[in-house]
Design a protein around this ligand. Structure first.
Ligand SMILES: [Zn+2]
Length: 396
């Protein structure tokens, strides 16, 4: 189902506007339309103000995305929600210096917008700085629509956006900044854990304040901070566990290989007699040509029966990511997520040694975290891969 109100592509990045964004525009129209400017002018002006506010949010996300691009990290999309924007990066740069650059680029954009608009406001206001600073930006903008009030509204909301995002409430920008700084003096996992704890504390305070002040958006943000922080802590812990293992060690010795000429009925037999669920396929000269995965096998049995040839239903080698036996399992997991494949081929000098599946990784993960149980926080096994990432990497 498509939940997007609008989608567009700018500077090579897809921007998706969630349908609930309509509520923001309706809220703007209602708030301003019931002001002294009258229904029509007021509600149009309200919509314009909200659009400018969210244009600022979008530019903030572009700050993150374009800085990440400098470090070779792509952005899958920028999503605009009523509570703000989310830049969905391909991965989070783990080098603290890079994360600091990516994280600060968002608020810096808002500060730049503020700085650029101050002289504009002064021009419109015959240089009366005291008046610009004393204007109650939101209130004045509702009370009397004018270019000056609109400019002051945009510049002050941008300043607020920068300050709010810099709160050390992980995964808000300030929390990420804190994590990156902590990562200089402790392990990445420990730094994340500390930042998440502080974030949770702030989320609780935000929620309490939200309840007493009636600011529903603050409640939503507090919820996002609490849940988002926990999810990311789990992902970081899982990655730390998997990083200790090399792909070569996750290969199953003596795994059965199929040949292109075989029929899927033989595989049914193999499935009954062993734990193997995914089978590498080789041609008669022994070259690796693909993998018959369990989902494809089941699909083949259902659609075309046991006589189907393996070669006709396998996942071809060209669709399968490759790693070396020395690649760590965290990287392996990441590559599988990126290519939405449940298998990866392990190759040494062009020679495919075998395959690793998401099941193999979950198994390694469970054994390793069981060995750590009791002494450490026990992370959850990574979820089955789909098109989505195995972890959150979202910048707000
Ligand atoms: Zn941000």
């Amino acid at each position: 189902m498509n939940w997007n109100l609008a989608e567009f592509r700018l500077l090579g990045i897809d921007v998706k506007v969630h349908w609930s964004f309509v509520l923001v525009l309706a809220f703007g129209a209602f708030l301003y339309g019931s002001g002294p400017a009258g229904w029509l002018v007021g509600s149009l002006y309200g919509v314009l103000s909200m659009l400018l506010l969210f244009a600022s949010v979008t530019l903030h996300e572009y700050g993150h995305a374009l800085m990440a691009r400098r470090f070779g990290v792509g952005t899958r999309s920028i999503l605009l929600l009523p509570i703000g924007g989310v830049a969905n990066l391909e991965r989070i740069p783990e080098k603290p210096s890079q994360e600091i650059a990516v994280v600060t680029a968002g608020p810096v954009i808002n500060v730049i917008i503020t700085i650029v608009l101050i002289p504009v406001a002064l021009l419109l206001n015959s240089g009366n700085l005291a008046q610009v600073l004393s204007l109650n930006a939101v209130g004045a903008n509702i009370q009397s629509p004018s270019l000056l009030n609109l400019v002051v509204f945009v510049l002050s909301t941008n300043l607020l956006l920068a300050l709010f995002n810099l709160l050390p409430a992980f995964p808000l920008d300030g929390g990420r900044l804190l994590r990156a700084l902590l990562a200089y003096i402790m392990s990445y996992t420990q730094a994340t854990r500390t930042a998440v704890l502080i974030g949770r504390l702030l989320a609780v305070l935000m929620a309490i304040y939200g309840i007493f002040s009636g600011a529903i958006s603050l409640l939503l943000i507090a919820f996002f901070v609490y849940v988002g922080g926990s999810a990311e802590l789990e992902a970081v812990s899982s990655r730390a566990v998997l990083r200790q293992y090399k792909a070569g060690r996750a290969l199953t010795p003596g795994a059965t290989t199929l040949y292109t000429s075989e029929r899927v009925e033989r595989v049914v037999d193999l499935l009954m007699r062993s734990y193997q669920t995914d089978f590498p396929v080789r041609d008669l000269s022994g070259h690796f040509v693909g993998v018959l995965t369990r989902p494809r096998l089941i699909n083949a049995l259902r659609e075309s029966g046991p006589e189907t040839r393996v070669v006709d239903v396998m996942q071809p080698a060209s669709d399968i990511p490759v790693c070396s036996p020395e690649t760590d399992l965290a990287t392996v997991w990441e590559r599988m997520g990126q290519s939405a494949s449940r298998v990866i081929a392990v190759a040494d000098h062009g020679q495919v040694l075998g395959i690793i599946t998401t099941d193999d990784i979950s198994e390694v993960f469970q054994v390793m975290s069981a060995a750590m149980a009791g002494t450490e926080h026990r992370p959850q096994p990574p979820a089955e891969t789909s098109n989505d990432s195995p972890e959150t990497r979202r910048y707000v």
